[in-house]
Design a protein around this ligand. Structure first.
Ligand code: DC
Length: 218
């Protein structure tokens, strides 16, 4: 078993930023599980499947093989053999992932991939159900959150810096809707795991959060 750090929390809380920096500082591998759900979402979108058509989503999930490789320490996501990493971070893909990730068969498809990475390597793994479901015995468990306003502002800045036209109100609404779905679904809902340390990053700098998490890794 590797040394396992589990970071869960809502969309836009800064999980990936923090997880990447902690992984770098400790020499662990960063595992982005959201990217795996997004990879399946890319497949559903490419096939033109309606997110509400659960039967077709389940069937398509069985055909989709998601795997992970690391190039210079950076996670690359493969879908049926092709590298689709550059297609993952759009709002369309994020929304499709949020709508299809509650389906138990979709989650089941990714469970073993996530657990096997944690068995083989020292990892910082982020997602929604890592501390509660995937790695309940993780060495360190964090529930990282921030207010909706802070998260929407961060997302707005991130998109604006990339030159992508966006609307703050729409982003905030999107975040609230995603929270509702992630927290109220029946299978593996987002919640603070037993034994997880709550970190609210609303008024913390990135390095303050990283330092706090690194101190927990003994
Ligand atoms: O963290 P993210 O935005 O890349 O995740 C995309 C969607 O995938 C998110 O709405 C919820 C889902 N997800 C999940 O259900 N379980 C995880 N471990 C990671 C992500």
């Amino acid at each position: 078993m590797g040394y396992n750090v589990a970071i869960d929390g809502p969309a836009g809380a800064g999980k990936s930023t923090i997880a990447k920096l902690v992984a770098k500082e400790k020499g662990y591998i960063y595992v982005d599980t959201g990217a795996m759900y997004r990879a399946l979402a890319v497949y559903f979108l490419e096939k033109g499947i309606d997110a509400k058509d659960t039967g077709q989503i389940i069937a398509a999930a069985q055909e989709a093989d998601v795997s992970i490789r690391y190039v210079d320490g950076v996670q690359q996501v493969y879908l049926n053999g092709g590298n689709i990493t550059s297609k993952l971070r759009t709002e369309e893909v994020g929304n499709m992932a949020s709508m299809t990730s509650p389906i138990p068969e979709v989650r089941e498809r990714l469970l073993e991939l996530q657990r096997s990475l944690a068995r083989e390597k020292d990892v910082v793994m982020d997602g929604r159900d890592i501390g509660t479901n995937i790695l309940p015995d993780a060495d360190v468990k964090i529930y990282l959150t921030a207010s909706v306003e802070t998260r929407a502002k961060r997302r707005y800045r991130e998109l604006a810096e990339k030159g992508i036209e966006c609307n703050y109100e729409e982003i905030a609404k999107d975040i609230q809707e995603r929270d509702m779905r992630d927290m109220n679904r029946e299978t593996a809902p987002l919640r603070q795991a037993e034994g997880a340390v709550l970190v609210d990053s609303s008024d913390m700098t990135v390095s303050e959060v990283v330092d706090a998490v690194v101190k927990m890794c003994q």
